[in-house]
Design a protein around this ligand. Structure first.
Ligand SMILES: Nc1ncnc2c1ncn2[C@@H]1O[C@H](COP(=O)(O)OP(=O)(O)O)[C@@H](O)[C@H]1O
Ligand SMILES: [Mg+2]
Length: 428
């Protein structure tokens, strides 16, 4: 999406610059000329103003944000429409987002606990109101040190937030969002609840402590990791008390039942696990020494690169072009490959190039932008996907069926040839 309203007026807002860009909307720094105050102004992309589903989503986002009154949730100021363009005005957070902080390397454990503790407070409030954020990732966590003597955190971006336990899907049944921090049940299209966000919070904790997300690589590898691989050990990447591995294993449990009861419990367990560090926890952790290679008899490692082996179900492939999708309605059991499609406008950079930085190039995969063959690049990129099949999926069964189809005639020909040879030897 290349639109940039910088320098223009939108109602009583003067647009001063771009803060971040998604495929569905652009976040601007703006001035409310009536009050003379600076705001963050999220404007729905011009290219989707005619799409009723996305208009509804945008209205939902405004409603959800305004319904949430919490010190760690970005306060909404205004919502409206000018020339068919919907906008949301909110508090301008003068700082950085967690994605930018993590991009500089591991964060000091005491600081990570403090920042994520505030995210947990916001999330538990959201969950108590029956909402699930469903797009929890470092780019949606804003951090500022200009509002208080300590760092203050705001949870942002309620564009995918949903009420109740219904799976999060478009009308055509696609997953929307970033798979990097997405829980297995969310990727599968099963029902979601607060524990779905808790899983994402645990992944963010992993990223804060180690400097990178737990599962890396192509979109398919990331999904495979969430669905099937043991959570990698934090201590295989950085030097920290081993108890943190147990906390992450529980926080990133494959099923919601295995996880903590709420987000604050995850953060308390983290605080306890890291307490032996004391003042040392004010420094970023050191990289862990390389591990000895596993012996031949050991099972595959759950270490740093757990998902590099094995095929990825083709259903987990990102969908690449924006055509409409003649698919089964949401709730239909995950099926075969869907025709391609991207989240209209969701291909934006998961991590803006720095808040206040000038706008980058149009997002990969955004409407009108070709998606590279390997899918969206970089962690945190939002994608639109068909729900992936479980490991024992029909796609694998199909593979062995086709093997069986060519094995039968080959075996028949071989047996026939052997009989003919025996007959020639016997009677010739
Ligand atoms: N209230 C705010 N103040 C300052 N910057 C913000 C604010 N809200 C969001 N941003 C920045 O803009 C980016 C995009 O905003 P977001 O609401 O997440 O939109 P999108 O739906 O496109 O991801 C965020 O990642 C963050 O860096
Ligand atoms: Mg966002």
């Amino acid at each position: 999406m290349s639109e940039d309203l910088t320098g223009r007026r939108l109602g009583h807002y003067k647009i001063d610059g771009v803060l971040g860009r998604g495929g569905m909307s652009v976040m601007y720094r703006a001035t409310d000329v009536r009050l003379g105050r600076k705001v963050a102004l999220k404007v729905m992309g011009e290219h989707i103003t005619g799409d009723s589903e996305f208009r509804e989503r945008f209205v939902d986002e405004a409603r959800n944000t305004s319904a949430l009154d919490h010190a760690n949730i970005v306060p909404l100021y205004d919502f409206g429409e000018v020339d068919g363009m919907l906008y949301i005005a909110m508090r301008l957070v003068d700082g950085s987002d967690l994605a930018s902080l993590i991009s500089e390397g591991p964060i000091a454990p005491n600081r990570a606990v403090e920042l994520l503790g505030q995210v947990a407070e916001a999330l538990d409030t959201l969950h108590e109101q029956g909402l699930v954020h469903l797009d929890l990732k470092p780019a949606n966590v804003l951090v500022t040190s200009r509002e208080a003597s300590h760092e203050h955190v705001y949870l942002a971006d309620f564009g995918l937030t949903r009420r109740g336990a219904t799976g999060h899907r478009t009308s055509t049944g696609d997953f929307l969002g970033s798979p990097t921090y997405a829980a297995p049940e969310h990727l599968r299209g099963e029902s979601v609840d607060g524990r779905t966000d808790l899983y994402a919070l645990a992944c963010m904790l992993f990223a804060c402590l180690t400097g990178s997300a737990p599962y890396k690589g192509e979109v398919q590898e990331i999904i495979q990791g969430h669905l099937q691989s043991e959570p990698p050990r934090v201590t295989s990447r950085v030097v920290l008390p081993p108890a943190i591995d147990d906390v992450l294993r529980r926080g990133m449990g494959k099923t919601p039942e295995q996880r903590y009861g709420n987000c604050k419990d995850l953060v308390s367990a983290t605080r306890n696990a890291l307490s032996p560090l004391g003042k040392q926890g004010d420094q970023p952790p050191r990289p862990a020494p390389p591990e000895a290679p596993p012996s031949a008899t050991q099972s595959p490692p759950s270490g740093p690169h757990p998902m590099s082996s094995g095929p990825v179900p083709p259903q987990a492939q990102p969908q690449h072009s924006p055509q409409p999708q003649p698919t089964a309605p949401p709730g239909t059991p995950p099926g075969g490959m869907a025709p391609p499609g991207t989240r209209p406008g969701a291909g934006g950079p998961g991590t803006p190039a720095g808040r206040g930085a000038p706008a980058g190039p149009p997002p990969v995969g955004a409407p009108g932008q070709p998606m590279p063959p390997g899918g969206p690049q970089g962690p945190g990129e939002p994608v639109r996907l068909r729900p992936p099949m479980p490991a024992q999926s029909a796609s694998f069964a199909k593979k062995s069926d086709s093997t069986a189809r060519w094995l039968v005639p080959v075996l028949a020909i071989s047996v026939f040839t052997v009989i003919v040879v025996i007959l020639i030897i016997a009677f010739g």
